[in-house]
Design a protein around this ligand. Structure first.
Ligand code: NAI
Length: 720
């Protein structure tokens, strides 16, 4: 695990080399092995300096998340961390120089180990990134990162770095004071060695006191000052005041990790490093055990990783490489999808009913690329190459040779049938036809196809070039091979797929819709609109339900409700939201944001505000529910609908449900997802809450039989 070698000049190299893994990670085993090697080197009088390095392409990728997900024993975790701190402090204070040669990416615990070395030299490897991503999974750097980073970078810069979880390049890490030098790739070990030898030579000369010199960290030297000033200086106080306020605005108090990071820095930097480390340990242990961290690690890391590794892909189908695809419709969605595919290196035939429309779709890409070039994110020739891959046309024969065609024309069944037939007349027998419909059942659309086995739904989100999720919808006749190849396509353009079965609203629109309709039901009941939308945001949703209904368009909500009613007849269960949408869209002509009038008014050049006329149509009752009661309804309605999707086989796994919710409609990750929310509450508590809400608000909250069974058995959706 740690290859050790002491050379003739007394430099011990401790090289991280975790067997069987592509990257080095910190866990109990690797740290025990490193501690053993380090202690030997520290104790060996022949060793004059210690070089920490990696045998992999990167330095160390961070902590072992599997270990952190499972960790529950506070005492054991705390003892463990204390051992790590003791080891890092021994490296810092033994007097022997210690240097880290950072050949590649150095994240989390890897960066913390590097900061405990006296000297850090990085290779100019363009792929290397440095950072503390812990906060993005609900954690904080627990191996000294919150104490050493601000003592090197200054409080303000460190707070941003630690709470945003940004990954920066070597040159920026040097500018920020995190590393000492950047050298040509492949020479970092030589550079670190040269520094160690120089230090060792200096240390060999006795000081005024007759003792040999010591290499020490800045914070262990006399007269150390925090760069930019300490916590109690005017600038320090200002930083914390502003930091607290900004954090509150961003997280609504839902994410304990950034708050604890602020506390670690605030408390730890008023004291010595050893006390600071003890403070950090306490906050770290409380975070690792928090439901927020467990939820974020499970959903954002493990479930997302599974989705990206295509865990649900039928396995016996060879992986398909894509080189040329077709895009029907160059509107808002078509232009975005074409851009994503061209950026990923695919040739895209962009077909619309007029050349002017098709060209407009391409111009959308040109604009996006221009912006990236202006920001130096992309060289001009790279941008030109992407743009050259988009071929606007009106001629179906141009689609010849496309391996897959995505349809994003108007949401009209007859029109979609027409373009399907025209396309199938020119593409190969094997090619896939995918519809980006947001509401029409895939099985019905496939009736227009002469090869329904190759017909599938690929539901992108707007803006398609940015949004990471694709909901893949299986029609009744879609073949496993088509699913496998469609999943290959989704990964080829860098998106994350979830797979769902064909049902009204699929998964995402169906559950997302319950959030909007619950908001409207509350309005109908006389709950103050400001309370409804504030509750949505405080619950962690990106936007309140009424504001969101405006953005999606109240008219569309109304249309979908009417269509569903017409399709289902007697089986349709009327909802309070239907009356609200009908009144707003039909009687009052308030269609939503696009028209400038919805639940909000959108005055030109000014901020939106709630429409004053709401009070007349939805009188606010004297007695208002508490904030917690409104939040409970807005959140639990999504969970119960998701359970129905699982029960009905629309969704295959709770992991897909949670990934789809977080990526698809911005469901708050600290809750894990609609199923993570149930897991956090405990199934029995969730069932009890839903029964209570069903009595108070209606049958839509009634728990399903599967849930009652789970609750009775005391079982959960996830092991942890
Ligand atoms: P859009 O109105 O912006 O674009 C549709 C494009 O199709 C237009 O450029 C139009 O000229 C073109 N078109 C119409 N008839 C055509 C024909 N016969 N042949 C070729 N092109 C034709 O619509 P948008 O928003 O891009 O939606 C397209 C599809 O994507 C719809 O099915 C919609 O339900 C679905 N969708 C929309 C989402 C959204 O947020 N807008 C999200 C997910 C899916």
């Amino acid at each position: 695990m740690i290859n050790t070698n002491v050379d003739s000049e007394g430099i011990a190299t401790l090289e991280w080399d975790l067997p069987g893994r592509s990257q080095n990670v910190l866990n109990e085993q690797t740290m025990a092995a490193f501690a053993d090697a380090a202690q030997k080197a520290l104790a060996d009088p022949a060793v004059k300096g210690i070089l920490v390095a990696s045998a992999k392409a990167d330095f160390i990728a961070g902590g072992d998340l599997d270990m952190l997900l499972k960790a529950t024993d506070a005492q054991a975790m705390s003892d463990n961390l204390k051992q790590w701190h003791r080891l890092f402090r021994a490296l810092e204070t033994s007097g022997k120089p210690v240097a880290a040669a950072l050949n590649g990416t150095t994240l989390g615990g890897g960066l913390e180990l590097a900061l405990a070395c006296h000297y850090r030299v990085a290779s100019d490897n363009p792929k290397a990134r440095f950072g503390f991503p812990e906060v993005t999974l609900g954690l904080l750097p627990g191996a000294g990162g919150t104490q050493r980073a601000p003592r090197l970078m200054g409080i303000q810069a460190a707070l941003l770095f630690l709470t945003e979880g940004k990954r920066i390049k070597a040159a920026d890490a040097q500018k920020q004071g995190l590393i000492h030098s950047v050298v040509p790739a492949g020479t970092e070990r030589d550079a670190a060695r040269a520094w160690l030898l120089e230090q060792a030579t200096k240390n060999a000369v006795p000081g005024k006191d007759g003792k040999p010199g010591k290499t020490l960290q800045p914070w262990d030297q006399k007269g150390f000052r925090i760069p930019g000033g300490g916590v109690m200086t005017p600038s320090g106080m200002q930083t914390f005041m502003a930091g607290n306020a900004m954090l509150r605005e961003k997280t609504q108090g839902n994410y304990p990790a950034p708050k604890h990071i602020l506390s670690c820095v605030f408390e730890g930097l008023q004291t010595d490093i050893d006390t600071g480390l003890a403070i950090e340990t306490r906050y770290f242990v409380s975070l690792v055990r928090s439901p927020e961290a467990k939820n974020m690690i499970r959903s954002l890391f493990f479930a997302m990783q599974e989705a990206n590794k295509l865990a649900r892909r039928p396995q016996d189908v060879p992986t398909q490489k894509f080189t040329k695809i077709g895009m029907l419709g160059a509107g808002m969605m078509g232009a975005g999808i074409a851009h994503a595919a061209a950026t990923a290196g695919l040739e895209v035939v962009l077909l619309d009913s007029t050349l002017d429309n098709a060209e407009k779709g391409k111009a959308y890409s040109a604009k996006l690329l221009e912006k990236r070039v202006a920001k130096s994110q992309l060289p001009q020739d790279g941008a030109s190459a992407i743009l050259a891959r988009i071929h606007p046309t009106t001629d179906y024969p141009d689609l010849t040779g496309c391996e897959l065609v995505v349809e994003a024309v108007f949401e009209d069944r007859a029109l979609k049938a027409d373009v399907t037939k025209k396309t199938e007349a020119v593409i190969g027998k094997d090619a896939i036809f995918a519809s980006n419909t947001s509401t029409l059942p895939i099985t019905g659309l496939a009736e227009a196809s002469s090869r329904p086995a190759n017909f599938i739904g690929l539901h992108f989100f707007s803006p398609a070039e940015k949004m990471p999720l694709v909901e893949i919808i299986l029609g009744k006749q879609t073949s496993p091979a088509t699913l496998a190849r469609a999943m290959d396509f989704v990964r080829a353009i860098g998106k994350t797929p979830i797979v769902v079965n064909d049902a009204r609203g699929f998964y995402t629109s169906r559950v997302f819709g319950t959030y909007l309709s619950e908001g409207m039901a509350l309005l109908q009941e006389g709950v103050a609109p400001a309370l409804i939308d504030n509750a949505g945001r405080l619950a962690g949703m990106p936007v309140g339900p009424l504001a969101l209904a405006d953005e999606v368009s109240i008219e569309l909500v109304h249309k979908i409700a009417k269509q569903t009613k017409a399709d289902l007849g007697d089986r349709y269960a009327p909802r309070a939201a239907d009356q609200v949408a009908a009144l707003m869209a039909e009687k009052l002509g308030r269609f939503g944001k696009k028209s400038g009038h919805g639940f909000y008014d959108y005055p030109a050049g000014a901020k939106k505000h709630l429409w004053a006329g709401l009070a007349e149509h939805f009188p606010v009752k004297a007695e208002q529910p508490s904030l917690e009661q409104v939040i409970e309804r807005l959140i639990l309605i999504q969970s119960i609908e998701t359970v129905r999707c699982l029960d009905e086989g629309v969704l295959a796994s709770p992991q897909d449900a949670d990934v789809g919710a977080i990526l698809g409609w911005g469901y708050p990750p600290f809750r894990g997802g609609p199923i993570g929310q149930i897991h956090t509450m405990g199934t029995a508590n969730f069932v009890a809450a839903c029964d209570r809400l069903a009595e108070q608000c209606g049958e839509r909250f009634r728990p399903t039989e599967s849930l009652r069974k789970k609750a009775a058995e005391g079982s959960q959706f996830f092991p942890i």
